[in-house]
Design a protein around this ligand. Structure first.
Ligand code: API
Length: 263
C-alpha cells in the first residue's frame, strides 16, 4: 500500500506524519513503523505520528517512538502536529487536541508553536538528581560541561539501570548558564539514542531549574537542534501549572512510501 507521508522537525527532533482522518493508516504494525523511522532502510525519524479525527477536538495525536512502540507524550511532536494540522487546512486561533496524556491547547505564530503541557504535581528527588513526568518520564541530571559529555554512554547507564530497565526513562543532562538559561542534551528511550532535542525533556529541565519558587517562570533552553522556551507557574507546594513549551516547527518534505505487508 502506498501512503503519503510528511516529514517535520522541531528543533531537530524529526517525525514522519500521516493524515489519518480517513483511517487508512490505523493498522500499521510495529515493524512497519520501525521501518518507516529507520534512517538507512526507511525514511528516517525519531518518531511517527498519526493525525486522527476526534469528536470534540480539532484532531487526535497518536505518537510512536522510532522503535515502533506507542510512546507517551512527545512535546516536539505535539508542536509539529499542530503545524501539520495548520498546513492541512485546519486553521484555528487556538488548537485543542487530544494526546495520550490528555487534552492540549496550542497556538501558532508563523513557524513558532506554543504548546500547553500537562500540569506536573511535583518532582521526585533521587540523590542529587530529579525524576518527573511531563507527559513522558524524565530523569534530570545537572552537568557542569554538558557539551563534552558522552550522552549515549551516560544516558544508557541510567536508562538500563535496575530501576528503569523495564519501563525505560528519558535522561536529560543539564548545564545551567550564568544568566539562568539552560543547555539540555537528552538520551531518549524508544529511540535509544541521543536526539537533537526533546520537548518533554526540556520542559522537565525547566521545571527542575526554576528561578522563582512561587509564581511565574520563563526559562530559555538551548538544545543541539535549536532554542526553546518554557514558561509556567510554580506553586509554593512544589506543583506546576500553566506550562507552555514554545519553539519552531517546520515541514521538511512530503512524499510517498510503499508499505509492504499492509493491505
Ligand atoms: N521527543 C519527545 C519525547 C518522546 C518521549 C519518548 N521518548 C517516550 O518516553 O516514550 C519530546 O519531544 O517530548
Amino acid at each position: 500500500m502506498e501512503i503519503t507521508f510528511y516529514k517535520y522537525q522541531g528543533t531537530g527532533n524529526d517525525f514522519v506524519l500521516a493524515d489519518n482522518r480517513r483511517n487508512h493508516c490505523s493498522r500499521l504494525t510495529e515493524e512497519q513503523i520501525k521501518h518507516i523511522c529507520d534512517r538507512r532502510f526507511g525514511i528516517g525519524a525519531d518518531g511517527f505520528m498519526l493525525l486522527n479525527e476526534k469528536e470534540g477536538y480539532d484532531f487526535e495525536m497518536v505518537y510512536y517512538n522510532a522503535d515502533g512502540w506507542e510512546g507517551s507524550m512527545c512535546g516536539n511532536g505535539g508542536r509539529c502536529i499542530v503545524k501539520f494540522a495548520n498546513d492541512l487546512g485546519i486553521k484555528k486561533n487556538r488548537y485543542v487536541f487530544l494526546a495520550t496524556d490528555g487534552p492540549h491547547e496550542a497556538t501558532l505564530e508563523g513557524d513558532a508553536v506554543s504548546l500547553k503541557m500537562k500540569d506536573v504535581e511535583g518532582i521526585r528527588k533521587y540523590k542529587t538528581d530529579s525524576v518527573l513526568n511531563t507527559g513522558s518520564p524524565h530523569y534530570v541530571q545537572l552537568e557542569p560541561d554538558v557539551m563534552s559529555l558522552d550522552v549515549v554512554k551516560e544516558g544508557q547507564r541510567i536508562r538500563y539501570s535496575k530501576e528503569y530497565t523495564d519501563e525505560g526513562i528519558n535522561v536529560n543532562f543539564v548545564q545551567v548558564k550564568e544568566d539562568g538559561s539552560l543547555i539540555v542534551r537528552t538520551y531518549e528511550r524508544g529511540v535509544e539514542n541521543e536526539t537533537y532535542s526533546c520537548g518533554t525533556g526540556v520542559t522537565a529541565a525547566a521545571l527542575v531549574f526554576h528561578h522563582n519558587d512561587n509564581g511565574f517562570n520563563s526559562i530559555d533552553i538551548e538544545t543541539i537542534g535549536g532554542k526553546l522556551n518554557v514558561r509556567y507557574h510554580r506553586e509554593l507546594d512544589g506543583s506546576f501549572n500553566n506550562i507552555w513549551l514554545k519553539g519552531p516547527a517546520l515541514q521538511v518534505f512530503k512524499g510517498t512510501i510503499n508499505i509492504t505487508g499492509h493491505d
